[in-house]
Design a protein around this ligand. Structure first.
Ligand SMILES: [Zn+2]
Length: 219
């Protein structure tokens, strides 16, 4: 069977910012205080404007509109569940006259559960053993690669994507999910399949300039 293409999600539209309803539970190591985990209990989003965007990036989360959520469900795409976003609006909030709805639809964030393993290309993986209570592996971005990603995401220079090496995902570790993290959630950029991207292009078609993806490869 032909292997599905996969892509790393780097960015999407940002018509607002994190809202006051956000609740994040942080777990620190009891011994050394190192931050171990962040658990999102509730996500709030504050819109400045809305032009009809169906797919929104709020680092490190991705938010989908009601109709995009439905389209993903109709195609039986897997690897995530959805949780409703608590939406509010900035004082001078406006809806563009070209938007497909005169009122804001409901939005949901993707709670990504899909997992696979990768041969690290963007990260160095090191043992953390300074504290015996939370010893383990830590992965850190390779600085030159992070610089290149920032240039593409912040300045929207998609041609610079070609200068970024492709992440390498072990095909045998993949469980068929359409959206997943590689190795652990600390590597924040999710990976999507071509099926996920196809639905995104269909529903969010007017805003695909804002969606930045980079092909990854199977090994
Ligand atoms: Zn510790």
């Amino acid at each position: 069977m032909k292997k599905k293409k996969i892509y790393v999600l780097l960015s999407a539209s940002t018509p607002g910012q994190m809202g006051g309803a956000t609740e994040i539970e942080v777990t620190n190591c009891e011994k050394c205080g190192r931050r171990l985990n962040e658990n999102l209990k509730q996500l709030g989003y504050e819109f400045d404007f809305w032009s009809g965007e169906d797919f929104i990036h709020l680092t490190p989360y991705y938010i989908v509109s009601e109709r995009l959520k439905m389209a993903l469900e109709v195609e039986n795409l897997t690897g995530y569940s959805t949780k409703k976003v608590v939406v509010d609006t900035e004082e001078y909030f406006e809806i563009d006259e070209d938007a497909y709805s005169k009122t804001l639809p409901d939005f949901y964030y993707l709670d990504i559960q899909g997992q696979a393993k990768e041969e690290p290309v963007w990260y160095t993986v090191e043992k953390y053993d300074e504290c015996d209570m939370c010893a383990g592996e830590v992965s850190t971005y390779i600085p030159e690669i992070l610089d290149k990603i920032d240039r593409v995401v912040l300045f929207k220079k998609k041609e610079d994507l070609l200068a970024i090496p492709k992440r390498k995902i072990y095909y045998d570790s993949w469980q068929g999910q359409d959206v997943f993290f590689a190795d652990n959630e600390k590597r924040r950029e999710p990976i999507i399949t071509e099926d996920f991207l196809r639905v995104l292009k269909k529903v969010n078609k007017d805003f695909m300039d804002e969606v930045i993806v980079l092909e990854a490869e199977w090994i």
